[in-house]
Write a protein that binds this ligand. Structure first.
Ligand SMILES: Nc1ncnc2c1ncn2[C@@H]1O[C@H](COP(=O)(O)OP(=O)(O)OP(=O)(O)O)[C@@H](O)[C@H]1O
Ligand SMILES: [Mg+2]
Length: 452
């Protein structure tokens, strides 16, 4: 499956990119307007200056004794000129010039109006019926610098805006998704088989319907599973009495029948009925394992429970079970005692049924709540081993059985948060079969809280 991408990342990058592009477009627009306005202002200043200087220059020239002599206007104090000007007659003879004026930068023939050369903006005006011309030159570098500075001033805020936008979106999405994360944690924290509705608080309007739909689905699932379970449990329960009655009848029949084929047939029917009784018993155990209620409210000490079940089996199996208990006196876990007994009975039953009869069955519990049931016998191949915990799956054994024992054990283990592992050959041996179950340890504080 393609890894899902983060909403935070997508929104953060998308919004920041969008904002940057919009900002750049706005900057270009604003810069073009600013440039146009700047040109207008500079041109108007140029024109104004020419109009002011020209009458003074005409007065000065006409007051001269020899008006045709060119004259440099002496500066009042030494400075670098920003605007330079030239006063010429219609033929282009220079009559007056500012002290820094460079005649080469002006047009060869004086003309009126604005013009632009590579480096200068020029403006020309005339007086005395176009016999005296003034031309003012302004270096273009100055205008370009002003335009550049305006552009930098418009772009500079972007440097701060990009990280602010990224961080702001990230924070906003994080805060907005807080309730969604809480919802996710609530879903993750549920135990196996917990199908009760998930409480939702302050979910965003886009997510709330989803959570509602999940709750509806859970409700439907719960009802379906309950119906299935109660059907299994009820039918197994209802079968009990007629099965017991039929078994009693067939036993009587077997006793009363004369030696011969009729008695043998009665014995076969009795065997089949016993199988059927065992199957209905296993179905009831499976229904209980799947029905929840596998956890106890108070932590249970596993040691006395284990000792009790092993004792029971030892009575009926002729002391074939060897029990090893941890040095410490109690091992607590929050499993329902009945569920623990069902799980253990199925494992021990299997070990006695399928294990080598000349070897003992080892049952042990560690102080870390690891339960091991080990028996001898030929090893089970790996591919078969993996499927044994499925319902109605059996190994290659002649002994009768329904194939439900390990499925029941696995369902109980999952229901209480334990881990179950089948190992063959058994650890440290060349043959045999081993089942390990790691129960979750109830912490000491839990135990104290419940007053144990
Ligand atoms: N301790 C064991 N040693 C060897 N094989 C085992 C052991 N436990 C289980 N098996 C194999 O796994 C199969 C499934 O076991 P499971 O307990 O699920 O069903 P079953 O014993 O056949 O029937 P049921 O327990 O429902 O009466 C068995 O048929 C057997 O082949
Ligand atoms: Mg079994």
């Amino acid at each position: 499956m393609k890894p899902s991408s983060s909403l935070q990342k997508r929104l953060g990058l998308g919004l920041t990119l969008g904002m940057t592009l919009l900002w750049l477009a706005a900057t270009v627009g604003a810069w073009l307007v600013v440039q146009h306005e700047l040109n207008e202002a500079f041109d108007s200043a140029l024109e104004e200056t020419a109009q002011r200087i020209l009458p003074l220059a005409v007065l000065e020239i006409s007051n001269r004794e020899s008006p045709r002599d060119a004259q440099h206007v002496a500066p009042l104090k030494v400075h670098k000129e920003y605007l330079t000007y030239l006063v010429r007659d219609a033929k282009g003879e220079i009559l007056m010039q500012s002290h820094d004026a460079e005649p080469k930068i002006f047009r060869s023939q004086p003309a009126e109006g604005f013009s632009t050369t590579e480096k200068y903006r020029l403006y020309g005006a005339s007086a005395l019926r176009e016999t005296v011309f003034i031309e003012i030159a302004e270096p273009l570098g100055h205008r370009r610098e002003a335009a550049r500075e305006a552009l930098v001033a418009l772009l500079l805020p972007l440097l701060a805006l990009i990280p602010i936008s990224l961080f702001g979106t990230w924070m906003l999405v994080r805060i907005s998704l807080r309730s969604v994360l809480a919802y996710r944690r609530a879903v993750e924290a549920r135990g196996v088989g917990d199908l009760s509705p998930i409480t939702m608080t302050h979910l965003p309007a886009e997510i709330a319907p989803l959570a509602e739909a999940v709750n509806h689905l859970l409700e439907r699932l719960r009802k379906t599973l309950e119906a299935e379970r109660s059907f299994t449990a009820n039918s197994a329960h209802e079968l009990r009495t007629p099965l017991a009655a039929t078994l009693a009848q067939i036993q009587r029949l077997r006793h009363e029948a004369p030696e011969g084929p009729l008695r043998l047939r009665a014995a076969k029917i009795e065997n089949s009925l016993r199988e059927l009784t065992r199957l209905s018993e296993k179905l009831m155990q499976l229904a209980k394992a799947e029905g929840g209620g596998l956890l106890s409210e108070t932590p249970q000490d596993l040691i006395p429970l284990l000792a009790h079940v092993v004792d029971e089996w030892n009575h009926s199996s002729g002391q074939r079970i060897e029990l090893q208990l941890p040095a410490q006196t109690s091992v607590y876990s929050t499993i329902d005692p009945d569920a623990f007994a069902i799980l253990l009975r199925n494992l021990i039953e299997n070990a006695l049924k399928y294990g080598a009869t000349d070897q003992p069955v080892e049952v042990s519990l560690t102080d870390q709540a690891l339960l091991r049931v080990v028996n001898g016998g030929p090893p089970v191949p790996e591919p078969v081993l993996q499927s044994l915990t499925e319902r109605f799956v059996r190994g290659s054994s002649d002994t009768s059985g329904s194939g439900l024992g390990l499925a029941i054990a696995k369902t109980i283990a999952q229901g209480v948060g334990a881990k179950i592992l089948l190992i063959s050959p058994a650890t440290g041996r060349r043959e045999g079969f081993e089942v390990c179950v790691w129960f979750p340890l109830a912490s000491i504080t839990d135990t104290q809280r419940y007053g144990k």
